[in-house]
Design a protein around this ligand. Structure first.
Ligand code: ADP
Ligand code: MG
Length: 264
């Protein structure tokens, strides 16, 4: 799992984004190989969310380009992101709060597979089999994410940590090739935090998904990432294994005196 071997799944090439007088991203380049877990870290205001928003086409890049499986993202409409194989979770959750856990996950299945498309693909006569297909996928995810016991509960009634697993389930239901996780540790209790790293690795191994992880929680990022990209003031200041990045002088400098202290 390195950049030399496989063709990258994601290639970020000289990406710049300007907001008025602020250069939020300044020529950022890196790539992520299939199956990698890539951590994206940096102090507040470094440009992490901006990059994430470029990847999900919420913002357009002012300069540079992003390619997914060799295809420039800028040529693809935003609503095609899920169908293309890019899924994401949000820092502040984005679930259908009055729907059940199962229903939320089923929405994820359908965000990728429209009935018409699936019917054609599977050469099936009606929508019935499509529903079966989605239900099987949802079933698998309920077990995998330990949500079986709350499958029929309304999402709004569940603890935050459980809701976050539902959101992960919904993202996975669309069978993404690339999963963008936006601060998945945010708001979790200590116990949930402990198991999150294991869960993210298990997701990668089980579903063969590539993960790009924005996270403030250093020990989580350093513990599970194959490689880490560090941004500061919109520029990439380091990229490498967690061990290498942790010792990088510019990284230590960037975090000195910052609210998150040094990368542990
Ligand atoms: P991070 O997620 O690493 O904390 P951001 O990507 O949110 O950083 O922000 C990078 C810089 O861009 C910051 O200076 C921020 O204030 C600015 N910025 C981000 N989004 C906007 C926006 N929509 N309008 C104006 N400035 C923005
Ligand atoms: Mg941010």
């Amino acid at each position: 799992m390195n950049d030399q071997g496989d063709k990258p799944l994601l290639k970020v090439d000289g990406v710049s984004v300007r907001f008025g007088g602020i250069l939020a991203l300044d020529g950022v380049s890196f790539s992520v190989a299939p199956g990698q877990i890539c951590g994206l870290i940096g102090p507040n205001g470094a440009g992490k969310s901006t990059l994430f928003n470029c990847l999900s086409r919420i913002y357009e890049c002012g300069g540079g380009s992003i390619a997914f499986e060799g295809q420039p993202l800028s040529r693809l409409p935003r609503h095609r992101m899920a169908a293309l194989g890019i899924g994401r979770t949000f820092q502040n959750l984005a679930l259908f709060r009055t729907m059940t856990v199962t229903e939320n996950i089923l929405v994820g299945c359908h965000s990728r597979y429209h009935a018409g498309f699936l019917r054609t693909m599977l050469s099936l006569p009606g929508t019935r089999k499509v529903e079966d297909f989605a239900a099987t996928r949802a079933d698998e995810l309920l077990d995998f994410l330990d949500l079986r016991g709350v499958a029929d509960r309304v999402v709004a009634d569940l603890p935050f940590g459980t809701q976050k697993r539902v959101e992960l389930g919904r993202a996975l239901a669309a069978r993404p090739k690339l999963l963008l996780l936006d601060e998945p540790a945010c708001g979790l209790n200590h116990q949930e935090l402990e198991s999150l790293g294991e869960l993210i690795r298990a997701v990668r191994d089980r579903f063969g998904v590539t993960v790009l992880l924005v996270e403030h929680h250093m020990s989580l990022v350093m513990g599970i990432s194959d490689k880490v990209v560090v941004l500061n003031f919109g520029r990439k200041i380091a990229e490498g294994t967690p061990a290498a990045v942790r010792q990088h002088p510019e990284v230590i400098q960037a975090y000195l005196g910052g609210e998150h202290a040094q990368p542990a």
